[in-house]
Design a protein around this ligand. Structure first.
Ligand code: C5P
Length: 410
């Protein structure tokens, strides 16, 4: 993909890594991109507006309100910036600006234009700060919110930091940033064959009631299913997200149906059997439910207790069993490492077109965490081994492979 004529908004915050930004602007301009730089007031202490303006051949903006008000174009600049841009890059992103962007504070040109960016345009955030700051609870919470809401957060690299300490916090080099911008633009702007396709995605855990106050469930957070929904909408798909109880905001443009039990999830999915082109089972569905649901609260009047369980319907297998030739079924197979054969078995048993063999280690992959290690296996036994990736990045790679399945069939 060429960066030629792409409009890039570049937000620069006050971190020492800002010294790399003139080089970044120069590299982007060399490749033909149009770059408008927005700096925070404090960032001007690290890099001058004159340098950035000379290299970008554009005025550099800090405040929303210009010194002189002359035309309407001056005082609505933050809106036209968001309309103009094909992409928004924040580099380096400091803890302060990350907090503002996640909270929707818009008190300067950088933060206000971030909000006015059109929803289908990519936002790349490059946090760079001291290691202790980066791993602090508030920064991690704010970054998690941003990635759950359509931003791509590129984790900083480890190495020597300005404080003299070694740790995670270094912004990638300008050449690496250009590469990431290029790949992101390519995935965003290449025509996707998911456009206008109906995709149903299940996500999160299900809950099976024991009595009125207790249930059987699991640790699924729903993050993988929600990331898939976000990426699918960005590719122009019509997405229905059937989710068990999770604490995640609804991705923009997604039609969300909240359910509690497996039977409810099954019913909701059945409604879409005919209309959906692709079904992705990302939910961690409870395989069994108590035979009896006790009204009120079960009493503890014995040392041991047995609860009779009965098999739940298999939502994904139910869809596959009746699916038409053009419909695609994708499932997950969460296994302890080394159990790839179980995933292959599931592919066959559930008549899937693609299975995501997903290992869990409790730290970097599986439930609750933000990253995942996945190997995809399609029905022709092609293997796609993905490295450890953020769930949003893993979702993008998974959908690239789903797109390949559509082209194969068409
Ligand atoms: O058999 P297992 O639970 O390992 O299969 C996992 C896959 O099947 C996941 O894609 C999950 O969403 C789906 N599944 C389902 N209904 C069930 C059990 C699993 O849709 N009752």
């Amino acid at each position: 993909m060429s960066l030629k004529n792409k409009n890039i908004l570049l937000g620069v915050c006050a971190g020492i890594a800002a010294y790399k930004i003139p080089t970044l602007v120069r590299l982007l301009k060399k490749q033909g991109a149009n770059v408008r730089v927005l700096v925070t007031q404090a960032a001007t202490k690290f890099v001058t507006e004159l340098t950035l303006s000379t290299l970008s051949q554009e005025p550099v903006y800090t405040d929303i309100f210009p010194d002189r008000l002359s035309t309407e174009a001056d005082w609505t600049k933050h809106i036209s910036m968001g309309e103009w841009a094909d992409m928004y890059v924040v580099a380096p992103a400091t803890a302060n600006t990350i907090a503002k962007l996640s909270a929707g504070i818009s008190d300067d040109m950088l933060s206000a234009s971030f909000i006015t960016l059109r929803p289908n345009k990519p936002k790349l955030i490059f946090p760079a700060m001291d290691g202790e700051m980066f791993t602090s609870a508030s920064v991690q919470r704010n970054l998690a919110w941003l990635s759950e809401n359509g931003c791509t957060v590129i984790n900083p690299e480890s190495g020597e930091l300005a404080s003299g300490q070694c740790g995670t916090g270094r912004m990638p080099e300008p050449e690496a940033i250009v590469k990431i911008i290029d790949t992101t633009l390519e995935t965003t702007f290449h025509p996707s064959n998911l456009e206008k396709k109906s995709i149903v995605i299940t996500a999160g855990p299900t809950r099976e009631k024991i009595d009125d106050v207790r249930f059987i469930s699991n640790y699924s957070s729903g993050k993988m299913g929600f990331a898939l929904a976000t990426s699918a909408v960005r590719r122009g798909a019509k997405v229905t997200l059937v989710t068990g109880p999770v604490h995640l905001p609804t991705p923009e443009g997604v039609d969300r149906l909240d359910v509690e039990s497996t039977e409810e999830m099954d019913l909701a999915v059945k409604e879409h059997y005919q209309s959906c082109d692709i079904f992705i089972g990302a939910a961690a569905v409870a395989d069994y439910r108590p035979v009896n649901h006790v009204t009120g609260k079960l009493k503890k009047n014995s040392e041991t207790m047995a609860i009779d369980l009965v098999r739940n319907p298999d939502v994904l297998a139910g869809f596959s069993k009746q699916k038409k030739k053009h419909q695609i079924a994708v499932g997950f197979s969460l296994e302890t490492a080394g159990n790839l054969d179980n995933a292959k078995e599931k592919l066959e048993q559930k008549q899937l077109d693609l299975v995501a063999y997903n290992t869990f280690d409790g730290k970097t992959s599986g439930f609750e965490v933000d990253t995942n290690i996945i190997t995809l296996i399609d029905k022709r036994m092609n293997f796609y081994e993905l490295p450890l990736l953020g769930k949003h990045e893993a979702a993008e790679r998974m959908l690239d492979i789903v797109e390949g399945l559509i082209s194969d069939d068409e």
